[in-house]
Structure formats: structure tokens, C-alpha cells
Design a protein around this ligand. Structure first.
Ligand SMILES: [Zn+2]
Length: 127
């Protein structure tokens, strides 16, 4: 398994479905303004919802099991949508996947239904 697959799988485990959808949208809309990869760290600058903010986001691989997400946005969740967009960008780049093929459509539809049915509302997460 290559590193981008390890990171993507880990991120899928950690992410809230609604955040995954937002991050995927950010990735599709190409809000990633800069992108850099180091042996243990991926970093990028991501354009916020309103164009006046750009957030510095990092995904740090601690080991094969553990990944930490850092972002200077106000979100309280980890990974936030900016980190998700960055992780998807990294995966797409490493695997030469087009933007529409980075996540299986069936997976996205499932996420969409979960979000729209409000299944996760009761968790009270700030997204
Ligand atoms: Zn963020």
C-alpha cells in the first residue's frame, strides 16, 4: 500500500461525513492554492469559504497507523475540510486520478444521504 492510500484510508476513518463532503467540494473547486510534500508531511494553503481567508493546513504522518491534522482555521474538528481537500489532492496526484475518480461515487452518494437525513446532526459538531 502506498503512502497516499494509507493517508486516505486513515482520513476516511477520522472524518465526519459532512466534513468529507465539504472537503471534497473544496478539492473539486480547486481551492488549494499551494501544495508541498515532505517525507513525513504534506502541507498546503487552502482558500476559505469567503475569499479573504487562506488557511495553512498540514497532514503529518506519525507512523503507518497515526496521522495528525493541523489547520489554522477556526474549525474544531480534525480533520477539517481544508485537511480533507489537501489529503484528496495528495491522493489524486500520487495515483494520477482525475478529480471525479478520487472517491467512489457510491461512497459519495452514501455520505450525501447521511448528511441530508441529518443522521449526524445530533452529534453537535461544528463543521
Ligand atoms: Zn481547516
Amino acid at each position: 500500500m502506498n503512502r497516499s492510500t494509507i493517508i486516505l484510508n486513515r482520513m476516511m476513518n477520522d472524518v465526519h461525513p459532512r466534513v468529507l463532503l465539504s472537503g471534497w467540494r473544496y478539492f473539486l473547486l480547486m481551492r488549494i492554492r499551494s501544495f508541498d510534500e515532505q517525507p513525513q508531511e504534506i502541507s498546503g494553503r487552502i482558500q476559505g469559504k469567503r475569499n479573504k481567508y487562506i488557511y495553512n493546513t498540514n497532514i503529518v504522518q506519525i507512523d503507518d497507523e497515526k496521522i495528525s491534522y493541523e489547520c489554522d482555521c477556526p474549525s474544531m474538528v480534525a480533520p477539517c475540510k481544508h485537511a480533507v481537500a489537501l489529503g484528496l489532492k495528495y491522493y489524486a496526484k500520487q495515483n494520477r486520478r482525475g478529480v471525479w475518480r478520487v472517491l467512489p461515487i457510491s461512497f459519495l452518494l452514501k455520505m450525501w444521504f447521511m448528511v441530508h437525513k441529518g443522521i449526524h446532526k445530533q452529534q453537535g459538531l461544528i463543521v
